[in-house]
Design a protein around this ligand. Sequence first.
Ligand SMILES: Nc1ncnc2c1ncn2[C@@H]1O[C@H](COP(=O)(O)OP(=O)(O)O)[C@@H](O)[C@H]1O
Ligand SMILES: [Mg+2]
Length: 261
Amino acid sequence: MTATQEATRGLVEIHDVHKSYGGHEVLRGIDLTIQPGEVVAVLGPSGSGKSTLLRTINHLEGIDRGSVTVDGQLIGYELRGGRLHELREREILRRRTQIGIVFQNFNLFPHLTALENVTEAPIATGALSKEDAHELALGLLARVGLAEKADQYPRQLSGGQQQRVAIARALALKPKVILFDEPTSALDPELVGEVLDVIRDLAQLGTTLVIVTHEIGFAREVADRVVFVDGGVIVEQGPPSQVLVAPEHPRTREFLAKVLG
Ligand SMILES: Nc1ncnc2c1ncn2[C@@H]1O[C@H](COP(=O)(O)OP(=O)(O)O)[C@@H](O)[C@H]1O
Ligand SMILES: [Mg+2]
């Protein structure tokens, strides 16, 4: 890969994104540029639009206005005659492979083993042969500390282990960007650390990460930037040392006071 390609790998540009459900405008004009390799923590009260924002980035939700691009390529849409038109399902899926997502509730396939959960997408998309996908998955499971659990089913794994499988699964398509939606919120407190350790490793490897989290200490440690969302807009953003320590906006202060108890 050339230096120029490297420099544009994982650049996310979110421009004037609006999204309503019925009459309720959940995202009210989000502008956010995320640099390749940047780690952005998204904070905000429940219902502020954090999950919706993540879901518009990989086009699990369409948008009403604005655009989302990764390395300059529109996600979910193409520009024709000066307007955005939604892509066909096949092309949506193809572009979406650049963006991994990890959900709060893991969302593993219950009828597939840990290994099969990881090999499913690369095989289904034709990215890899069965043998290559198998080898890749074993490597990824080892990387998240689960080499011994390859043949276990999700129900046989703890929440922390399931979430680590979900991360390995997200990595299997070699995404440029990984989105995490409260990845530790469903876990027992003693299992949070093992998942954060895996995310911390990814942060150091230079993948662009967008992490919705209430783990303020973790955000402070790994994030290059903290974005505080409330009411579908970005209220405040900046380095963690500023936003988390000396927030400027009263809503940010109020939120942090609540979360930090
Ligand atoms: N599929 C949907 N249909 C209707 N309303 C939705 C849908 N998804 C989210 N909402 C509403 O949008 C708002 C923001 O939700 P969400 O993005 O999940 O917030 P957060 O992740 O910050 O808690 C909430 O009021 C929620 O009820
Ligand atoms: Mg949410």
